[in-house]
Design a binder for this molecule. Structure first.
Ligand code: MN
Length: 159
């Protein structure tokens, strides 16, 4: 019987496949176990609530959170080294890349922001917006923040 128990380990050595992940347990992060945090005034304008959802274990590098913007609230300009996916779940919002059109986004819309594209996202002036944000980290970093969005830029009168 001892031989049988040792077989998976031998198989791993032969194939070079790590079996540690396969024997790991499923993890359920229960709702309410991670406190909501306020979006920092350095990287956001207006009232923004961030609820972290998950950060995958290496070698996976995806992480995600739910972000809720009150009317008029938005991110600063920023980029993501490996891009970002936004899944809109409530309200009405905007997303815009630099020198591109400001686009309205609504629940059910899925937005792909390509790597290194400078952009912002947020609520409209009259309605809040909530999205799930998913991004992969490159060398531990999923976002690079730049300057805050001016009111003129937000209002779409920049071009
Ligand atoms: Mn983004």
């Amino acid at each position: 019987m001892k031989t049988l128990i040792a077989l998976p380990a031998v198989f791993s050595l032969v194939t070079g496949v790590a079996h540690a992940e396969q024997s790991a347990d499923i993890r359920i992060t229960r709702a309410g176990t991670q406190p909501s945090i306020q979006g920092s005034a350095e990287n956001f304008t207006g009232a923004v609530r961030v609820d972290s959802l998950f950060k995958a274990d290496s070698p996976a590098r995806i992480g995600g959170g739910t972000v809720t913007f009150e009317p008029g609230a938005r991110t600063a300009w920023h980029t993501h080294p490996l891009g970002q996916t936004l899944i809109v779940v409530a309200g009405v919002g905007y997303v815009q890349k630099e020198s591109g059109p400001r686009q309205e986004i609504r629940p059910g819309d899925v937005v792909w922001i390509p790597p290194s594209v400078r952009h912002w996202h947020g609520a409209t002036a009259t309605n809040g917006m909530t999205h799930i944000a998913l991004a992969e980290a490159l060398e531990g970093k999923a976002v690079t923040w730049a300057e805050k969005l001016s009111d003129t830029e937000y209002e779409g009168m920049r071009q």
